[in-house]
Every structure is written in C-alpha cells, then in structure tokens.
Design a protein around this ligand. Structure first.
Ligand SMILES: [Zn+2]
Length: 482
C-alpha cells in the first residue's frame, strides 16, 4: 500500500495516514457560510482538499472514501443579509449554494460525497447539546446553552494556546449568562424575527461550532481520519469542535489528523474590500481567466504556505498549460489517441503528492516531464497527462489536445467539439498567415486581435500558426470576420 503522509496540526508533525477503516477513509472539511459569492480565498480549501480527495480515491478506490463538506445555512451573517435585502433566508442560502457549486465546479472541484446543510441536522445538534448538559460539560442560562470550557482539560491543545492567552488574544464575548468568559454558545434564543427551532431550552438556533460536530458525527461517526479547513478556523472553531465532540463521545477521539491550509493574498497584500483587491471566483472567471488556470496557480504553492495570487502567475500558468498541450499534440494523432486511452501517473510525482500534498514539488517534476515530451518521449507525455489528471487538470479539456493535433498534423481532421467553428477559424488563421507572408502586418494583427476577442488564441510554432479555444470563447464574435 502506498504511504500518504500528512502534516497533523494537532501533533505538529508529518504523520503517516493509517486509515481507521481502509474500506472507508473518512474526511470532513468545514464548508462555507452561504450568503454571498465565494471569494478567491474561499476557493483555496475547496481546491486543496479536492486534491487530497482525488489522491485518497486513487489510493483506496473511489468507492472507499467518504468526504463531507458542509454548508452553514444558519448563521447571524445570513440573518443580517436577509434583513438588509428583505429577501427570504431560504432564497439567499439556496442561491448561494448553487453559485458555490457552479464556481467550484469551474475550478475542477469534485462534489464531495455528502454536502449536508446545517438546517437539516438541527435534531442531531439538539441531541448532542442535551448529551453535553447531561455529562456536565454544558449548562443552560437565560435561554442560552453554553459549553463549559473548564470542564475539558485538553482545551487549547490544537491551537497550542493556554486559556489565559486565549482570553487575552481573542475577542471573547463577556455576557452575563456566561460562567466563564471562555465558555462558548451551543444554542441561543431566537426572537420571532429570526429563524428558530423548538428545543428543551426554548425556541432558538444553534451556535456555529456545534453544527460541524453534529454533522461530522451523523455522517462519519465518532472517529474519522481527517478534518480539514483554513487555518483561520483553527481557533476557536476547530478547538471548540474538538471540545464538543470529545466530551459528547469520549471513546471516539473525533478526527485523527487535522489539516489546515494557509490563507491567500493578492499581489502580496491581504485581500480586502478596502484595498480594492477583493474579488470573487466568479469575477475572475468572467474576466476570462479559465478555472483551470486558477487551480493551477493555487497548486503551485504548498497548501501550508501563504498563497500569493498575482496576475503574472495567472498568465504564466495559462502559457504553461498551452505549451504542454502543444508539446503533446506535436507527438501526432496516434500518440495522442494512445495517451488519452491509457494515461499513467509518474511515480516521482505521485511520491511528491503523497508527501503532504507537495504540489509545487510535483509541478517541478511535471516540468521535467514536459522537457522529455519536447524531445519526443511519448511515455513522458502519458505521465504528464495522467499526473495532471490526478491534480484535477485535464490537458484535453474541451478536446483541446484533439484540436491542436488536428491542426498540427492534418488540417482536415475534425476530432474536436468545436468542429463546427473550426473551418471558419482555420480560414481566418490562414488569412492571417497570408497577410504576414505579404508583409501586411496591420492586417495580420487585425485578424489576430479579432480572433482573440472571440476567445481564439493563435500561437506561432515551428510547425506554423496553430490556434486553440482560449479565454471565454464566443463563436458569435466570429460572425462577420470573413
Ligand atoms: Zn466546522
């Protein structure tokens, strides 16, 4: 069996993953609170843990991995958004969930096995809170139920902070119903204007932390293999999840390995609305940056390091993808057909990825493979293609490889999905070539720019000009160009 090693935030060591049940490897990742479009930083954990999901499926089998990523659809931020806009909460949350799935889908993120909505698990949350009260770890006060931090001696183990540090460093809410300022809310009362459910403590709604503990327990059991999320969740959210779950199910142990991805910056600065460098995944996609480019840029930095998103990196990633595609296509029709039929994964690349998801190391290995492909090595091409697939990057997206190979090797072949437009594009590219040959460079540039506006990229190669469907292909814009 292949060894996967992951850095455990709990032990602060890279550890070998030894699944509790290799027939059912289980992972929980905290999902979004759904009231607005995902920003670029929100996409990082989705991509990082998607790569881990793909790796686990590859090693243990697609049917032997259970991945749960929740939607927090009850939260005061959602309530505030509903009050601001006058829209029903259910409309806001359903719309945001659909957006999230659409945007993550564009980044090649697979849907997890389960995507529970917190509001579907209120009964499990109430049961767990009742259990915590019965075991002396929680208490009711003025319609609230609070977790008693002092009742759990391991509190602070994950974040490595003492309770005194936590009080000093965190914005701890001091409230008259708390016995200790560190105690956190499991349940809080709802007035008639807020969503609420009947409970033994009156009509109310859950605190955020209990949602994940209850959903993880319902879907993965008392103990499971991996719990992930952004490192902004490490404290207090994950510390509180552990306290709740360990006290409710003392035999279980909850998650064995805790993983945290670092945050994302933009052009070296923290992304923020006030700096004007804040953007959603959708905005980038609409600017014409393909989802695969965003994904490729993300994976060029190790998940445990801060990721700096820059325009330059996006441009480089896009060029690299096209370059690798062109190199493979130049191997010829038969070789490409064989590569697509039987891709394989490079061993060295696989070792890098299995070593705490070392995707930047993996990328360097892929660059070496690309050099071999340039020298005509079709086995290296199989490995480049197959290894990229494991990262969730399909070098034959939209049949691009087939488009390229058809142009390079046989202008008449029409294997591609954009076949109906190929002839027109081919004619325009040829007209540009004629214009260049006749030194009518203005005309050549005019055609190239018009093609670019329609989302067709023309690249000059030693084999002549080739084209590919690039940013935001819009066949309507080809009309009238001939
Ligand atoms: Zn969570």
């Amino acid at each position: 069996m292949v060894e996967i090693r992951l850095r455990n935030s709990m032990t602060r060591k890279v550890e070998r993953l030894e699944p509790i049940d290799p027939e059912n490897v289980r992972m929980y990742v905290c999902g979004p609170t759904v009231y607005e479009r995902a920003h670029l930083g929100n996409a990082r954990p989705a991509v990082v843990f998607d790569v881990l999901f793909r790796l686990l499926r590859h090693v243990y089998g697609a049917d032997h991995v259970t991945y749960v990523r929740n939607f927090t659809d009850v939260d005061d931020k959602i309530n505030a958004r509903a009050a601001e806009t006058g829209r029903p909460i259910s409309e806001i949350t359903s719309e945001t969930i659909a957006w999230y799935l659409e945007d993550m889908g564009a980044l090649g993120v697979l849907e997890p096995t389960h995507m529970p909505r917190a509001t579907a698990y209120i009964g499990a949350m109430i049961a767990m809170i009742g259990d915590l009260i019965a075991k002396g770890h929680a208490y009711e006060a003025e319609g609230h139920v609070l977790f008693s931090v002092g009742s759990y001696s391991n509190y602070g183990r994950l974040s490595g902070r003492s309770v005194d540090d936590m009080i000093a460093g965190a914005r701890v809410e001091v409230a008259p119903w708390k016995r200790d300022p560190m105690d956190f809310v499991l349940w809080k009362p709802s007035d008639d204007s807020l969503p609420g459910w009947d409970s033994p403590w009156g009509r109310g709604r859950p605190g955020w932390h209990i949602e994940c503990s209850a959903m993880a327990h319902e879907l993965l059991g008392e103990s499971f293999d991996i719990h992930g999320g952004g490192n902004d969740l490490l404290f207090p959210h994950h510390e509180n999840e552990i306290a709740q779950s360990a006290c409710a199910h003392p035999e279980g142990g909850f998650a064995k390995i805790w993983m945290h991805n670092e945050m994302l910056q933009v052009e070296g600065k923290k992304m923020s609305k006030s700096l004007g460098n804040f953007f959603t995944v959708r905005e980038l996609l609409e600017q014409g940056i393909p989802g695969e480019v965003i994904r490729f840029v993300f994976l060029s930095t190790h998940y445990s390091k801060p990721m700096d998103w820059t325009q330059k990196k996006a441009e480089e990633a896009e060029r690299t993808l096209l370059n690798w595609r062109t190199l493979i296509a130049r191997l010829g029709v038969d070789a490409v057909a064989d590569i697509l039929r039987a891709p394989s994964i490079n061993e060295e690349f696989f070792s890098a990825l299995s070593d705490d998801l070392n995707s930047p190391g993996g990328r360097a290995i892929l660059s070496n493979l690309a050099s071999k492909v340039r020298a005509g090595d079709s086995h290296a091409a199989k490995e480049l293609y197959g290894s990229m697939l494991l990262l969730g990057l399909d070098l034959n997206r939209d049949g691009i490889l087939e488009i390229l190979v058809a142009q390079i090797h046989d202008g008449k072949q029409r294997l591609n999905t954009q076949g109906e437009h190929s002839e027109k594009i081919g004619t325009l590219v040829a007209a540009r070539g004629e214009a260049k040959k006749a030194k009518r460079f203005d005309e050549a540039d005019r055609i190239r720019d018009a093609l670019a506006r329609a989302g067709v990229e023309v690249v000059d190669t030693p084999d002549g000009a080739i084209w590919t469907i690039g940013r935001g292909f819009d066949p309507a814009k080809l009309e009238g160009l001939l």
